[in-house]
Design a binder for this molecule. Structure first.
Ligand SMILES: [Zn+2]
Length: 222
């Protein structure tokens, strides 16, 4: 990691707090998996935590400007969070669900969790609205990938609540979903005839999950 990158990151981290950033703050950020270098990296690279802060220009804030600085940082954090949502949407190539941000956060590639958005904006959907992004909707349309609760029930009922791939039922611990026979990404419609009851395990081997998307990206870059 280059010094410049480290100092940029420290500035970015500092912007997330309304008070001067401490070692513990950075530690906590790392616990939330938002992709910051560890405080010990700064100490070993720059001699001490305070030296790193000084080099990052973080001790140069005039006292009388502290109030404005604080407001500025708060704004920056919101802007940063909203930008991350747009980034996540581009990354996944589809509209965002709340769980996406949880999964992306776990990958430790710099995305905050959905909890962060709920705390900051009041709710997940509110954050999407403020970011100008569409809310994930489940509407009963053949051209909508998402299966409504009602249609899902029709599919499961027709298939007698049994995974049509492995035969397991909820009594066997299977979590049943309605799966597209012709995948939606290949032009399959969201209609009863193109849906089949599948357990979560059988289904997840075929779906465009985040891990699949990652694998595809990796493949494409090789
Ligand atoms: Zn199954």
């Amino acid at each position: 990691m280059k010094n410049e990158y480290l100092l940029d990151k420290l500035n970015e981290a500092a912007s997330l707090f309304s008070h001067p950033i401490s070692r513990t703050d950075l530690k906590n950020l790392r616990k939330n998996n938002v992709g910051f270098p560890s405080e010990s990296v700064y100490e070993s690279r720059f001699g001490s935590w305070n030296k790193a802060k000084s080099l990052a220009g973080l001790d140069l804030i005039p006292k009388h400007g502290a109030g404005t600085e604080r407001a500025g940082r708060k704004k920056y954090k919101e802007k940063w969070l909203l930008e991350k949502l747009h980034e996540a949407r581009v990354f996944l190539g589809r509209d965002l669900r709340r769980n996406d941000m949880k999964d992306l956060c776990k990958l430790k590639i710099g995305f905050p969790s959905s909890d962060v958005y709920e705390n900051r904006f009041g709710s997940w959907n509110k954050a999407l609205v403020i970011a100008g992004l569409p809310i994930w909707k489940k509407s009963r349309s053949p051209n909508n990938r998402n299966v409504t609760l009602h249609l899902r029930f029709e599919v499961l009922e027709r298939d007698r609540f049994k995974c049509q791939y492995c035969g397991r039922t909820p009594q066997d611990g299977a979590k049943l979903v309605a799966d597209h026979i012709v995948p939606f990404s290949k032009g399959g419609k969201t209609v009863l005839e193109n849906l089949i009851t599948s357990c979560f395990e059988c289904n997840s081997g075929k779906k465009d999950s985040i891990l699949d998307i990652l694998a595809q990206k990796k493949k494409a870059s090789q």
